[in-house]
Design a protein around this ligand. Structure first.
Ligand code: 5GP
Ligand code: ZN
Length: 115
């Protein structure tokens, strides 16, 4: 855990969030500024700043983040119509919170490539 990390504080309940799922490894909550009808963030409870910091020991944890993200999208009804899973790495790609998180976006159409 990192004491000055926004998402660590959300995981610990020090900052309120709209939780949609939690287990011993991951926490999922609604994005405060949704970019689609469904916009959920899935984070590992362990503080990992960026994708560049993912190590071999994190592989199962990152796999869990992806699987929970997929479940959140399917539970919201987007399994057949489609959804997007996005992870921004570094500010040049749009990362603004330096605790890795998967964006689950669904409920509208998406373009490729993203902006
Ligand atoms: P990034 O830009 O790092 O990929 O994504 C960070 C996301 O966190 C943004 O979509 C932003 O709206 C969301 N966010 C920032 N602060 C908060 C907050 O305090 N609560 C919640 N629920 N989401 C936040
Ligand atoms: Zn953190």
């Amino acid at each position: 855990m990192s004491s000055d990390c926004l998402f660590c504080k959300i995981v610990k309940g020090e900052i309120p969030s709209k939780k949609v799922y939690e287990d011993e490894q991951v926490y999922a909550f609604r994005d405060i500024n949704p970019q689609a009808p469904t916009h959920v963030l899935v984070v590992p409870k362990e503080h990992i700043p960026t994708l560049n910091d993912v190590e071999e020991r994190h592989e199962a944890l990152v796999g869990r983040v992806v699987r929970v993200a997929s479940k959140m999208a399917q539970d919201a009804g987007h399994g057949e119509s489609g959804y997007r899973l996005a992870v921004n790495c570094q500010s040049g790609a749009g990362q603004s919170v330096f605790h890795i998180h998967a964006h689950v976006l669904g409920g509208r159409s998406f373009r490729w490539p993203p902006g």
